[in-house]
Design a protein around this ligand. Structure first.
Ligand code: 1CP
Length: 348
């Protein structure tokens, strides 16, 4: 039987609605905090395949999620391109990119040499995980990586990155091009090392208006997808806070689009022409509500999921907060697994 996650991603009817949670391996889990303490920090964990494998498996063991996501970070492959990176707790680059010369200095990524530990983690996980729980490999989208590379750290509005985009258009194009090429090779390497689905996180794309998305980021995403399509694994794109970009996302050669919690799944389906399986989109803060309120909100997402034209993968609308009670996650996963599945005629 096809793994429920892969069935839903391909638009087939799964045996139950699959669920996984963004940031499912993380600080809300006591076993994660324990491993992190032993390792000394986040970066040490990502660089040590045994530890990265262990924390990837922790939420699978505890909750029985339908997919595992590689434990790493969107910034990690940039280490293989010559970027000095540290985490505090978010990514920090002490010498951010500020000129076309800085962009030119970025080395091309050779995944096996640049980030061998990531690929070893994928190989470990593909041995350890059951057939029914596919490993999701992932990368950051070019614009989101550009935001951190230019700003040097996370902010709410990435003003320096957006100023660079407006004042240094040639350098912006060169940077997006180099990043798209590197992330395509990186994702391909993860699939060859055992990842059975690939996801592109575009966490900050919501900062772009539709014409700028169409001119700069959409072609970069399209190139990555085109490179990966022959691998035969489901391809996923998450344009976070990108409700205003859905009409532009339609037509991308992806299988699954992640939807944040601000947009009802039905509206997202309508705007994207029903072409994709949708992934999402429970507001992560609902995990802080009493159990009955949590399950009622989960039912609304499940109902919306059944009305989608192609398929639904249950997830939160963004990453889980570190203050979340793990028992609430257990309740959510059990509830989704017990819910009636969409019939194959749904939306027809
Ligand atoms: O333990 C710790 O202190 C580290 C916290 C942490 C974790 C658990 C960071 C730092 N990264 C991660 C893991 C991570 N990051 C995963 C692992 C798999 C999983 O989901 O369980 C993934 C997929 C990411 C991807 C990632 N990193 C994104 C895209 C998704 C999203 O949340 O929008 C982004 C934007 C980052 C940057 C990043 N890394 C870490 C933090 C705290 C941040 C956000 C920083 C900021 O902008 O303020």
């Amino acid at each position: 039987m096809t793994a429920p996650f892969l069935a839903a991603a391909r638009g087939e009817t799964p045996s139950h609605t699959p669920i996984w949670i963004m940031r499912q391996a993380g600080r809300y889990l006591p076993e994660y905090r324990e491993t992190r303490k032993q390792a000394g920090g986040f970066q040490e964990m990502t660089h040590t395949p045994d530890l990265a494998t262990e924390v990837t498996l922790q939420p699978i063991r505890r909750f029985g999620m339908d997919a595992a996501i590689l434990f790493s970070d969107i910034m990690t492959p940039l280490e293989g391109m010559g970027i000095d990176l540290r985490f505090a707790p978010g990514p920090v680059i002490d010498n951010p990119i500020r000129s076309v010369a800085d962009v030119e200095r970025l080395r091309p990524l050779e995944p096996e040499e640049g980030v061998p530990f990531v690929l070893e983690t994928c190989r470990n996980l593909s041995r350890e995980l059951p057939e029914s729980v596919p490993l999701i490999g992932f990368a950051g989208a070019p614009f989101t990586l550009l935001c951190y590379l230019i700003e040097g750290h996370g902010t709410k509005s990435f003003v320096q990155a957006r100023s660079f985009l407006r004042s240094e258009l040639d350098a912006t194009r060169l940077l997006l091009d180099k990043l798209a090429h590197a992330q395509a090779l990186y994702l391909e390497a993860q699939a060859r090392a055992g990842a059975r689905a690939l996801m592109i996180f575009d966490s900050w794309v919501g900062l772009l208006d539709a014409p700028t998305f169409r001119a700069l980021e959409r072609p970069a995403i399209a190139r990555i997808l085109e490179h990966l399509r022959p691998l035969g694994v489901p391809l996923m794109y998450f344009p976070n806070q990108g409700g205003h970009l859905h009409a532009e996302v339609a037509g991308l050669d992806a299988d699954v689009i992640g939807v944040d919690w601000r947009i009802p799944l039905e509206d997202a389906d309508e705007a994207m022409g029903g072409e994709f399986t949708l992934q999402g989109n429970l507001d992560p803060s609902i995990l802080m509500a009493p159990p009955e309120a949590l399950l009622t909100a989960a039912d609304s997402v499940l109902d919306a999921g059944r009305s989608l034209k192609r398929g639904h993968v249950f997830n939160l609308g963004h990453g889980i907060d570190k203050s979340t009670d793990p028992d609430q996650v257990a309740r959510l996963v059990d509830h989704v697994h017990a819910a009636p599945v969409r019939s194959s005629e749904a939306g027809a």
